[in-house]
Design a binder for this molecule. Structure first.
Ligand SMILES: N[C@@H](Cc1ccccc1)C(=O)O
Length: 414
């Protein structure tokens, strides 16, 4: 029993699982059914599982490298030390780009969600301004304090999980096997459309900025943090699969062409779902859920961007400086939202393109370099060089796919 007094109690893994799960499950999931309509259910399922596997392991690689540094050392410190200034610059730029473009995506998404919610109540309100007002509210909360954000996030995340299960519990009852299996199509082809889904899967599984925060929270405790990553990403995977079944089991494959044509934003998707559901209660739940889903990632991601920019511009924590930081955080994406309110799907695709740098390629290089420099004595991801090569290939492959599809060189389901 003597050993008991020497072991320090570490916080339970639930908190870490929620941090990871809460960051991962966000607006990205609303892009999935729309971009996966071409490859439909089974191939999309394969893309999801493959992306989950790679993104889990790249997160573990960040952990492996991070463990060789003091608790509190950030992504920035580790990258600069292991890979040098050049890589660190590329890494930092890609992080800033992802956070900015996601903030824009959330403004566009929240505008669309609020527009849809109000029009259900027979109030006409332009999506552009709804997004702008929502962003101002979020900006105000972020400007107040980190504590305000964390309190709001807890409430919103709780509501998101609750309404998720209520909505999808209901949606599951409506699933039509013939719709889900696309059995009415004659000679369908799915495989050619598989590749373009990958950058969207990647964006939807992004959480990697949070790995150093977990080390701050749990200390150098690789087994606990590893369990948080496995459960957090696993929870997201299960939710995404349920979401695919719920949406593809209700909206026929052909109907997605019109949804994508209208910009593929959340209101169009939710409207299509409620059109087939014929249930007022479910319809309402779906609307409430989509509001919360967007709000929780919006808070989390903009807090990340806010802290990042404050550090970059050396703004301090006084109300005046926090206002400056809030301005640089929110003005550019807000302008984007007012000028192009419907760029949601594009934005998620570009988030995938940039996130591949810091969520796949750089983590693999970090693990490689930390093995060379320190031998990674505390913890090492399994699979040796083969795993590192797989993650680099996954990352580079995603970038190539996104660039090809931006130039219309990949088949599009239309
Ligand atoms: N996974 C988040 C987006 C994200 C990407 C990368 C890092 C953090 C968050 C979403 O689906 O909305």
């Amino acid at each position: 029993m003597a050993t008991l007094s020497t072991t320090k109690a570490s916080p339970s893994i639930l908190g870490g699982v929620m941090i990871i799960g809460g960051t991962i499950i966000g607006a990205g999931m609303f892009s999935l059914p729309v971009v996966m309509a071409g490859s439909w259910f089974f191939w999309s399922l394969a893309a999801l599982v493959f992306t989950w596997f790679c993104m889990l392991h790249s997160g573990l690689m960040i952990l492996e490298a991070n463990l060789n540094y003091r608790v509190g050392a950030s992504f920035d410190t580790v990258t600069k030390d292991l890979l040098g200034k050049g890589w660190n610059l590329i890494n930092g730029l890609s992080i800033a780009f992802v956070l900015y473009i996601l903030t824009y995506a959330y403004i566009s998404a929240s505008g669309s969600v609020i527009h849809h919610t109000l029009s259900e109540m027979s109030i006409e309100f332009p999506a552009r301004f709804a997004g702008l007002i929502f962003a101002l509210v979020v900006a105000f909360i972020v400007w107040l304090s980190t504590r305000a954000v964390s309190r709001m996030t807890t409430i919103v995340l709780g509501a998101k999980i609750l309404t998720f299960f209520m909505t999808f519990g209901g949606l599951m009852w409506h699933v039509e096997p013939a719709t889900l299996l696309d059995s009415k199509s004659v000679n369908p082809s799915y495989l050619p459309y598989l590749f373009m889904t990958l950058p969207f899967c990647l964006a939807s599984f992004g959480y990697h900025g949070n790995v150093p925060s977990l080390m701050k929270y749990y200390g150098k405790n690789p087994q606990t943090i590893k369990r948080c990553l496995i459960w957090g990403t696993g929870m997201a995977l299960v939710l995404y699969v349920i979401w695919l079944v719920g949406s593809m089991g209700n909206i026929p494959r052909g109907d997605f062409i019109a949804i994508a044509d209208k910009g593929g934003n959340i209101d169009v998707l939710v409207q299509a779902l409620s059109g087939v559901l014929n249930s007022r209660a479910l319809d309402l739940l779906l609307i409430v859920f989509s509001n919360f889903a967007v709000a929780s990632s919006f808070l989390g991601v903009t807090l990340g961007l806010f802290d990042y920019l404050a550090d970059l511009f050396k703004f301090d924590d006084s109300p005046k400086d926090r206002l400056k930081t809030a301005l640089v955080t929110f003005i550019p994406p807000m302008l984007g939202g007012v000028i192009w309110p419907d760029g949601f799907i594009y934005a998620i695709g570009f988030a995938g393109l940039a996130a591949t740098v810091w969520a796949a390629i750089v983590p693999a290089l970090l693990a490689k370099a930390s093995r060379r420099k320190f031998g990674s004595p505390i913890y090492r991801v399994w699979g040796g060089n083969k795993m590192i090569a797989l993650i680099v290939l996954f990352g580079v492959g995603n970038a190539v796919i996104h660039i090809l599809s931006s130039f219309n060189l990949l088949p599009v389901y239309q």
